[in-house]
Design a protein around this ligand. Structure first.
Ligand SMILES: Cc1ncc(COP(=O)(O)O)c(C=O)c1O
Length: 383
């Protein structure tokens, strides 16, 4: 029979899924593998959704999203992100951050275009470049996971269309410093390219670090595609709702693509998102504190065990190197799972420069984290 899509076949089965397969049927497994916060979705989100269903709002939503949600997003983005948007022109509601990313790729790139990405980074970016025929220019982060801006500058050429950043970052937990961000912005402006800014972890920052949306910086709105989602802030990854903020021309193109690929997003769920956004953000204060406590604990334990590890300043991941144990990230993850029932993700999932690393998500109960760290300690003593 004739060959199926070569592009799609290049995306292998996710390593994270492979880990779940290893865990199947075992009750002793502690998962530090998943990017899903462990608190309950706030009740207003759930009730908003149920109310809409009870009103039989089960028909197609407007392609860009329901006006009340778009208006609420305008308020949120103006207040929180300091980006001056107009909901009629600059926002589209998407199926999670994932589809916001697809729309960014669909609306920006032409054949031959290049995208600069610092690595390690979130897995989907890599496969989107393949699916959309974009040349990926992968640049290794520095040892502290900051961006290598000099290396980025050197790689820019007439085919460079955009730089993609994700701060706070999955998998490294890195948050861009102000100086770094402003330097990056200068590179983007002076080379007349675009910036894709994935801000799904914007609320998860620690140690006084603050998230700044690049689109709020002078001269950047026109060249930035900002994407975000309901998933992490509201612990609602299954709602599948997100959004993009960009200039009108970009959103118009996104609407075209959206129309003919997904025809819109879940209609009743948009009312849930609306109610969630109306909540006072203080609902998140205690949650953030508990994430911070876990972050500090995991960092301290990994340090005590002798891992080379950078203290994360954001998101809910930490990415130690396992090199000094003479094992690579993949073998480490497999053996740890098989012998001690702890799931962590091999670093190579996140690009070409993290074979010797693992990603740990600390978005799990404190007592489980304690137990997982004890098991990791036993494991490294054995190897
Ligand atoms: C950096 C980053 N961007 C985007 C997404 C996708 O978000 P969603 O689950 O809303 O599709 C994730 C999910 O883990 C992520 O970590």
């Amino acid at each position: 029979m004739k060959e199926l899509s070569r592009k799609v076949a290049q995306a292998p089965k996710s390593k994270i899924r492979e880990l779940f397969d290893l865990a199947a049927g075992r009750e002793d497994v502690i998962s530090l593998g998943i990017g899903q916060p462990d608190f309950k979705t706030p009740q207003p989100a759930i009730e908003g959704n149920i109310k809409a269903l009870n009103k039989n709002i089960t028909y197609y939503a407007p392609t860009r999203g329901i006006p009340s949600l778009l208006e609420q997003l305008e308020r949120k983005v103006k207040k929180f992100n300091k980006i001056n948007v107009n909901w009629k022109e600059n926002i589209i509601v998407t199926n999670g951050g994932s589809q916001a990313l697809s729309l960014a790729f669909a609306s920006l790139f032409n054949p031959g275009d290049e995208l600069i990405l610092s690595s390690p980074n979130f897995i989907s970016y890599f496969y989107l470049t393949i699916f959309f025929g974009v040349k990926l220019v992968e640049i290794q982060r520095k040892n502290d996971f900051s961006l290598d801006l000099e290396a980025i500058k050197k790689k820019i050429n007439p085919n460079t269309k955009a730089i993609l950043i994700n701060s706070p970052n999955n998998p490294t937990g890195y948050v861009l410093s102000n100086d770094e961000l402003y330097e990056l912005v200068e590179i983007v402006k002076s080379n007349d390219i675009y910036l894709i800014s994935d801000e799904v972890y914007e609320n998860y920052t620690y140690d006084g670090s603050k998230h700044i949306s690049p689109a709020s910086i002078e001269g950047m709105f026109e060249r930035t595609i900002t994407l975000n989602a309901m998933s992490k802030l509201f612990s609602a990854t299954g709602f599948r709702l997100g959004y993009v903020i960009a200039k009108k021309q970009v959103i118009d193109l996104m609407e075209n693509y959206h129309q003919y690929t997904v025809a819109g997003t879940n209609h009743p769920a948009q009312y849930g998102f609306l109610e969630a956004l109306k909540m006072d953000i203080s609902f998140f204060n205690e949650i953030l504190k508990s994430f911070d406590k876990r972050r500090i604990f995991v960092y301290k334990r990994l340090n005590e065990m002798g891992f080379d590890v950078v203290k994360p300043k954001g998101a809910f991941y930490i990415m130690p190197s396992v090199k000094k144990f003479n094992i690579d990230g993949e073998d480490f993850s497999k053996a740890l799972m098989k012998d001690y029932g702890v799931a962590v993700v091999p670093g190579k999932t996140f690009g070409s420069y993290s074979n010797n690393m693992i990603r740990i998500s600390y978005a799990t109960e404190y007592s489980k984290l304690e137990e997982a760290m004890n098991r990791i300690e036993k494991f490294i003593k054995k190897i």
